[in-house]
Design a protein around this ligand. Structure first.
Ligand SMILES: [Zn+2]
Length: 155
């Protein structure tokens, strides 16, 4: 299922949009400090759609999929690419919001000493990002993001 999903490459100034795409389960890469040529070649190689706010990039002659993001707020930006994305419950929270890595399931026993008591008692599904070490669970932040996305994408 996940393999057919669109992959994205975003400019650094679209970091917030990237996070929301990751929340939806999309591979949304942001490469810092690499040249535009390198970004374009990565888009071609990894079959990513380039999301950018730069008209200059959109006008380039090379062949690569690209979309000019016209608005500034992430919710409006999500609406701009609504034809490319979907709300899929199963895919939610499958990627690290910070570094785009796929999250892995984690046994609560392994982390019982490092997460807060109340979290341990109230949640059972934990995931970890093997890159940055961040641990995710479906707490209030998750619930808020989820309902926001659902409203944006399914109405
Ligand atoms: Zn991470």
């Amino acid at each position: 299922m996940a393999e057919n999903k669109k992959k994205f490459l975003l400019d650094e100034n679209l970091g917030k949009l990237a996070k929301w795409l990751r929340m939806l389960g999309y591979d949304a890469a942001v490469y810092k400090s690499i040249s535009i040529e390198k970004k374009i070649s990565l888009c071609k190689k990894e079959r990513r759609v380039f999301l950018t706010r730069s008209k200059k990039i959109v006008r380039r002659k090379e062949k690569f999929s690209r979309i000019l993001i016209k608005t500034e707020k992430y919710d409006e930006q999500l609406r701009e690419i609504i034809h490319l994305i979907e709300f899929d419950n199963e895919m939610l929270s499958s990627r690290c919001l910070e570094c785009n890595y796929k999250l892995q399931e984690l046994q609560v026993e392994k982390i019982k000493d490092i997460i807060p008591e109340n979290v341990k008692h109230n949640f059972s599904n934990f995931k970890i990002c093997r890159k940055c070490g961040k641990i995710f669970w479906k707490g209030s932040h998750y619930t808020a993001m989820k309902s926001k996305l659902k409203n944006l994408l399914t109405t």
